[in-house]
Design a binder for this molecule. Structure first.
Ligand code: ADP
Ligand code: ASP
Ligand code: MG
Length: 400
């Protein structure tokens, strides 16, 4: 079998951990598999690098940020290759460039356009273990890019897809995908299987156990994806097609997204084309807008509220100031988004009602709401985020 294994930040957090990863990789190799190993930077490293940049600028040049951030994964990929060779197993590390990962030019959240697998295949044929630096790619002009936070998951899935690997294993610091973040709710239960669509929702709504774009790609390329722990041999969670799951629960999980900020524009003139103008400006500034609320207007003006990722708030402020979008602009980072996810919701009523009741019983004010066929999201004050998760987890009996 050809297996792509990805090890996250805590799994390669120091030299001892890298040594343990090398042992695990060698076991798979001994079992007769061909291996491509994708690694993250040591945990905390990417944040540390970002902090260095922020010393100089609140909005550093994004191309330079990518040069900086990609260094973290180069370190761990080289160290793992050195560790493997020291144990008698030929290995070769590759940067995004050498691995042929070609992306668009959107720095710090680039999209993979294609992967030229020539070098990886050549080394695999020579019997080597290929170690790829995750999270990075290269533009057609040779500039280094990164794939968005948590992007090593995407590197692994994309490489697995391009090489038509039999399996893609994501090794992390929890045993798999749980009904909610086990660090917030210790009663959370590990899921044996979850559908691509539910995992995609959970991941997009803040469950960082998998990066959302990696799930999207796994679904598209039909990659067999498993998440499991690098700290034990427990079975993980299989992310698979909905058809492969016999019984779909009403609600599969609760997610918490702390990386949210709210923007409120007061006194926006209430006429056709204004919303288009505002959101076009945000899109061209590279801001990802999520929830949007517009109030019923009166006196020819209206209020417009929307959420953006916290780390895009500076860009948002700049864009709104340039546009002079309204006379009063308010920004609030003290919010979080709590979401209930489940494909079973499609065919049941009353799921949203229970979420609202649960918030009411806890005395938590819901500040914004959005729903889709398989999720309910609520914006609440940041101080209530974890309480809301635990209350919802219990209300939908996910601990049972
Ligand atoms: P890695 O560095 O291995 O990529 P991450 O920190 O990105 O790991 O993701 C793993 C973390 O995701 C876990 O430690 C856990 O706290 C968090 N997490 C959030 N939601 C969930 C969930 N539903 N199931 C499992 N883990 C979750
Ligand atoms: N090191 C990057 C990050 O912290 C990518 C990853 O870990 O997947 O976001
Ligand atoms: Mg991660």
């Amino acid at each position: 079998m050809l297996i792509v294994q990805k090890y996250g930040g805590t799994s390669v957090g120091n030299t001892e951990r890298i040594d343990a990863v090398a042992q695990r990789v060698i076991e798979s190799k001994k079992a007769g598999h061909d291996l491509v190993v994708v690694v993250s930077a040591m945990s905390g490293e990417t944040n540390k690098l970002l902090e260095y940049a922020s010393y100089f600028s609140a909005m550093p040049n994004q191309r330079e940020v990518d040069m900086l951030l990609s260094s973290g994964e180069r370190v761990t990929s080289a160290l793992l290759a050195i560790a493997l060779e020291s144990k008698g197993y030929p290995a070769v590390s590759m940067s995004g460039r050498k691995a042929g990962i070609v992306t668009d030019k959107i720095h710090t959240k680039a999209r993979i356009e294609h992967i030229d697998t020539t070098q990886m295949k050549k080394e695999l044929t020579a019997g080597k273990i290929v170690v790829v630096a995750g999270f990075q790619g290269i533009t057609c002009e040779g500039d280094v890019t990164t794939l968005g936070r948590g992007g090593s998951d995407l590197s692994a899935v994309a490489v697995a897809g391009a090489l038509k690997a039999d399996l893609c294993e994501i090794y992390t610091d929890v045993d798999g995908v749980y009904t909610t973040d086990p660090r917030i709710e210790p009663k959370a239960k590990k899921l044996e299987k979850i559908s691509y669509d539910e995992m995609l929702e959970l991941a997009s709504l803040g469950a960082k156990v998998l990066q959302s774009r990696s799930v999207e790609m796994a679904k598209k390329l039909n990659v067999n994806l498993v998440t499991r722990s690098s700290f034990n041999n427990n079975e993980g969670t299989l992310i698979t097609k909905e058809d492969n799951i016999m019984e779909q629960p009403l609600v599969s999980g609760i997610a918490l997204d702390k990386n949210q900020a709210r923007v409120t524009l007061r006194g926006v003139s209430d006429k056709p084309g204004i919303a288009a103008e505002i959101f076009k400006k945000l899109a061209s500034s590279g801001v990802n807008v999520d929830m949007i609320i517009q109030n019923v207007g009166h006196d020819g003006t209206t209020n417009l509220g929307f959420t953006v990722p916290q780390n895009e708030l500076e860009m948002t402020k700049k864009a709104m100031n340039e546009l002079k979008a309204s006379s009063v602009m308010e920004y609030d980072s003290e919010i979080v988004k709590v979401s209930v996810v489940g494909v079973g919701m499609k065919s049941h009523s009353g799921v949203a009602c229970k979420a609202f009741e649960t918030m009411a019983n806890e005395g938590i004010n819901i500040e914004m709401i959005s729903t889709s066929e398989i999720k309910i999201s609520m914006v609440v004050h940041a101080k209530y985020g974890e309480l809301a998760v635990r209350a919802l987890h219990s209300a939908y009996q996910l601990d049972k």
